[in-house]
Design a binder for this molecule. Sequence first.
Ligand code: PGA
Ligand code: ZN
Length: 416
Amino acid sequence: MKIKSVKALEILDSRGVPTLQAKITLEDGSSGTGAVPSGASTGSTEAHELRDNEPNRYFGKGVSRAVTNLRTTIADAVVGQEFSSQEEFDEKLIELDGTEYKSNLGGNAILAASMAFCKATAKSKGLELFEYFKEITGSTSIETPQLSILLMEGGKHGDWATDFQEYMIIPRIDLFDSVAESLRSGAEIFKATHDVLDKKNYDVTVGFEGAYAPSEIKSNTEAFEIMLLGIEQAGYKPGEEILLGIDAAASEFYQDGKYNLRRENKVLTSDEWLDLQIEWLSKYPVFSIEDTLAEEDWESWTKLVERVGHKYQIVGDDLLTTNTKRIQKAIDLKAVNSVLIKINQIGSITETLRAIDLAHSADFTTMISHRGGETNDDLIADLVMGCSSWQTKFGGPDRGERLAKYNRLLEIETGF
Ligand code: PGA
Ligand code: ZN
């Protein structure tokens, strides 16, 4: 089906920062939109996010140049053309851009088009988006995803309440069996944790991703203690039904080759930090740890896997940036056993699917993730239901842009 039109719009994300929305319409009238997310704690090898850098508009954060690229260069290259697959469409844009990190047209412009084309094609085929993903990926069964639900925030997302950026609860999918029941436990624990914090006179307002970020918190491990109380008070058993996960986003507190844990008043070498984090983790029922080391500290990642890779899911986010070259390096160095997948880190649907495939080929797990800055676009919920990944990271059960994804999972699960 030929492409009839490409439209582009500068919209605002969940933080009130501009982002990009594209709309692609095919000649049969089927159309799809794609709104791109944006990170706060970004890896240095992510696809280039093209911003205007014009101080008079949105303090330089406007995306009108990316909008123009969609309306002109990209539209000129694809309108009136027919693409037989998502891959063919994405390759066309990658070639048109011609740079490694999509710095010419903007990773945001290319991804918006890629998402919009994907949704328009699904519509044209009369398929739900997750069904179309299944068609593309060859995935045959819907695997109910295991949710990592955000409960507490710190770091850049939560005004540095803790050095760690994210504390998550993970309802074990082998015990909960459905998204609906997993999400229910998450929402109940979220409410119970509200009361735990309230009793301590801690702040209960939420951070970027819809979870508590109390500035009164005294240490990184106190957040674990609060989580355990919240889980118990909601009537669940930590360590049995509910496991814990963290994303330290350690590149954000790695300075001059050392880990600067401000909450602890400690500046540690890589080896000291490895020892301390392993000691902390051993005290709590943790399943998943993400970016507990900085993105350039490859050697320590390998040491971490050697020491505790059999116990924990060790997830690379800023380290790997959904980039197959970096994932291959992690395979070679045995630096992780899991890969965080973010569509805008790499900048197209096709490359995202390749990253997932490569990770799985090495027996790594994958986790499909939102970003700090989000929109109500729910494509990533369809993605996890339509590919062989079985884990999500969609934030706290408290902000509309996070719930958009969770609620879409519920729709897919029930055939709504
Ligand atoms: P970001 O955070 O979207 O701000 O990068 C999410 C994460 O680090 O996983
Ligand atoms: Zn992360």
